[in-house]
Design a protein around this ligand. Structure first.
Ligand SMILES: Cc1ncc(C[n+]2csc(CCOP(=O)(O)OP(=O)(O)O)c2C)c(N)n1
Ligand SMILES: [K+]
Length: 449
């Protein structure tokens, strides 16, 4: 073994030797040097010195452009673009968008009828979810917020799966422990939705970091990215900033997809942030960024396709997409948005620009769709959804015991005690609790010896 002194000496020898002392320059000589010399402060290596006292005023900067392929009338505005998929796949995208818009209308009414406790529609934002999802691979892991039913549908979530979660029956993989619309799917590689805004973003960044490390360990494995969806309101959480920064500094293969729909419940964007939207945040963190027209499914697809390539370049890097759209719906079934915005504004958006109408107009112009096809598709989906509701409502609820499961491998003494108390209460007030609704009735709460 070499001595420590020897090691230090050889390391020193490997360092570049300082050149001979530079000639002393006169002050006059220095002032003639161009002031564009880069600074050498470690925190800003690309900055040039300037002798001008000039603050940057972001409001004077030109806003980032919004990329689109097809305008609100369904006319192609990018002459270099041609569709990259055959007709049947285009029809599938359109019918996925149509499906969630019908699902939303029916489920909103079902909540009003007292059949489900809560619902959130995604009206006006169908292209931002279906379009982005359609160019991601099944190996890519997705983290959603709660308005991306289009992502679930596009990846193959079935009517039965939607309904089992919404009605919290025994087929719900979450075993009825979440609010309605908080879907998740192991087969579809989509993490379960969390109500707490922004928490999916650091999870997603961490997941992308793990993907990167796994790829380093096993270079032959298939490359995959993480995609994280969120609203511009969620972008005000600390978690958003933590996620962008860690993804940027660790160079993680992740696509951040923001649906900027103008409102976070009752908070309009003007009160949500200053500066140029969420896209400018991406740039601030040194992340490749684009703003797209979220009502244009083709723009959403092109942007995510390219983003996926970028995210996998050089071993991984983050990308941010801000999809501009408008929340046509109320925030949820617990909200009346006409308390904070004019009805006429919403009606105007519906008439002026809608992602479904946009794609439909384009398809009609290309001979792929007509009124008859529209009516038939609507009828079939409506029937399928109504059938799904009535079947799911009849199913039993998950076992009562499920509420204690899956946190600890074995129930802790305090959980056992809670379970015993629950059983006691139900036995004491049998008229108040109909346990026959639950798989296994009261039996599931009895401790196995
Ligand atoms: C940490 C946290 N703060 C506040 C809320 C309450 N909340 C639920 S949804 C929402 C608005 C979120 O808006 P945005 O992220 O833009 O998504 P959108 O609803 O417009 O799709 C708020 C404030 C929450 N769920 N979690
Ligand atoms: K929003």
């Amino acid at each position: 073994m070499r001595s420590r002194a020897l090691q230090t000496a050889s390391r020193r020898a490997a360092l570049p030797r300082p050149s001979t002392s530079p000639p002393i320059r006169l002050a006059s000589n220095l002032s003639q040097r161009p002031h564009s010399d880069n600074v050498s402060f470690p925190g800003a290596l690309k900055s040039a010195f300037s002798n001008k006292l000039a603050f940057q005023h972001p409001q004077e900067w030109t806003a980032l452009p919004t990329y689109r392929v097809v305008d609100q009338h369904g006319a192609v505005v990018d002459p270099t673009w041609t569709p990259d998929i055959p007709e049947e796949k285009i029809v599938k995208l359109y019918t996925d968008m149509l499906y969630i818009s019908i699902l939303d209308i029916i489920m909103f009414d079902a909540q009003r009828q007292g059949r489900v406790s809560f619902y959130m529609v995604s009206a006006g934002e169908e292209a931002a979810s279906v379009g982005t999802s359609s160019v991601l691979e099944m190996e890519d892991t997705l983290f959603c917020q709660y308005r991306e039913q289009g992502v679930f549908r596009e990846r193959g979530f079935t009517t039965k799966q939607f309904m089992s979660q919404l009605f919290a029956n025994k087929n719900d993989p979450g075993k009825g422990r979440q609010m309605p619309v908080h879907y998740g799917s192991t087969e579809l590689n989509i993490h379960t939705i969390s109500s707490t805004l922004g928490t999916q973003l650091p999870h997603a960044a961490g997941h992308a970091y793990a993907q990167k490390m796994r790829k380093l360990q096993n270079p032959e494995s298939k490359s995959a990215v993480t995609a994280a969806f969120f609203g511009e309101g969620a972008a005000s959480t600390g978690d958003f900033h933590a996620a962008l920064n860690i993804a940027a500094t660790r160079s993680c293969p992740i696509i951040f997809i923001c649906r900027n729909n103008g409102f976070a419940i009752s908070t309009p964007t003007l009160d949500q942030y200053r500066g140029d939207g969420i896209a400018s945040r991406g740039i601030g963190y040194g992340i490749d960024t684009i703003r797209v027209d979220g009502n244009d499914i083709w723009a959403a697809r092109e942007a995510v396709k390219r983003a996926r390539e970028l995210a996998l370049e050089d071993g991984g890097k983050p990308v941010l997409i801000e999809a501009m759209t408008y929340r046509v719906s109320h925030h949820s079934t617990s909200d009346d948005s006409f308390a904070y915005r004019a009805r006429v504004e919403v009606e105007d958006w519906k008439r002026r620009d809608n992602p479904l109408t946009r794609l439909r107009k384009w398809m009609e112009a290309n001979g792929m769709w007509d009124d008859v096809k529209e009516k038939d598709a609507r009828d079939v989906m409506r029937k399928e959804i109504l059938k799904g509701i009535s079947e799911s409502e009849k199913e039993k609820r998950p076992p009562l015991k499920a509420m204690f499961d899956d946190t600890y491998e074995e129930l802790t003494p305090d959980l056992k005690e809670q379970m015993r108390k629950l059983r006691e209460i139900i036995e004491k007030y049998p008229d108040e609790y109909d346990v026959s609704e639950y798989e296994g009735g009261l039996e599931s709460l009895k401790e196995k010896k």
